[in-house]
Ligand binder design. Sequence first.
Ligand code: SF4
Length: 439
Amino acid sequence: MKKVAFYTLGCKLNFSETSTISRMFEEKGYKKAEFTDSPDIFIINTCSVTENADKKCRKVVREARKISPDAYITIIGCYAQLKPKEISEIPGVDAVLGAAEKFRLIELLDGFVRIKETKVLASEIEEANIFNNAYSINDRTRTFLKVQDGCDYSCTFCTIPLARGNSRSDNVPNIIQAAKEIANSGVKEIVLTGVNTGDFGIRDGKREDKFIDLIKALDQVEGIDRFRISSIEPNLLHDDIIDFVAESNKFVPHFHIPLQSGSDKILKMMKRRYLSALYVSRVEKIKSVMPHCCIGVDVIVGFPGETDEDFLETYQFLNELDISYLHVFTYSERANTEAPEMGNAVPMKIRHQRSKMLRTLSEKKKRKFYDENLGRIDTVLFEEDIENGMMHGFTNNYIRVAAKYDPVLINELKKVRLTSINASGHVEIEEVEAEILNH
Ligand code: SF4
């Protein structure tokens, strides 16, 4: 029985896809192995957003070769689609597969027999027009379920449409079926994942469904206690979605909404599909119906042409906005995108300074959000995340809590009162119900 090991770089989507590909191998009689367990085959799923994608990929390949000098090494993922030739020249790589090929790799690499040349099977991105469903089962607690792939937008900093192709989705019955399978495996929380999740519903280039219909249907699936929406563009986060989440017992009060800049000038240069006022209206709407909703924000600093004034506008905008945390990205130039052609590049040192300022602001926002929640009762799903005798979990509204380790609590939902913030920045709790809420 050949042993196959996986390594994943990047986002939730990549994790869900690696997980599905690993199950495909197991169905064909391969044995899943740890990376260090001398596998016969390595599958490395790459990311193009990660800075130094190239360096990281080389490093993983080098390590894999050291562990198993004769193993078959395959590279898939966004970086493989964008730079197949470059990757094929990394010493030790046996095959590079693009977006249209990665789910067929067992059939395409027939037997995984090493030959002298590196196989490159990466069609043009237009060929990646089929939706391949995927979900991750890494631990028993939470699953990333892919409902949508690709993106039809053309943000000037982004390579994702080039790496993942046009927007396309699964259909609702297939997703319900996957959610039922996940429920049967004992997982309690599903995170709905996509490149542009709110754009759910396009099949063969035509809009067939809306995101609101998907979440209404999922809300009925028995056995799943919590659904979380991974990220949704502000222009697609319509009132009906917010109102539905506010009413639902299963969709949790947590939104992650990319902003990217608080300056309308920069938003226009980025070709985002909204201006800052729309973003404010989304936050206000959420908070009016869910005062304790967690709101996470993606923001990019150092986009070409971002002056000190533009950055301060973003800083002020975020400072005044009722949000809970930031994910800060330092802009970096990507090949084949419009932004680097715009000139007025911001010096790297300034990009890093701005990034640091926003990271500090994020800590402040998070602390305030946690503080505002002290004294409240919420439900925690405990995870197998144990450190120094403590275990952790998240509330519905994404507050990370810490409790004394108790193996019985793993993958259980429990009603707790949030009492204080400890030195690690996690919230401590007290039990409010003796009985575990284990539906
Ligand atoms: S919405 Fe913009 S940033 Fe997001 S994946 Fe699409 S093109 Fe990229």
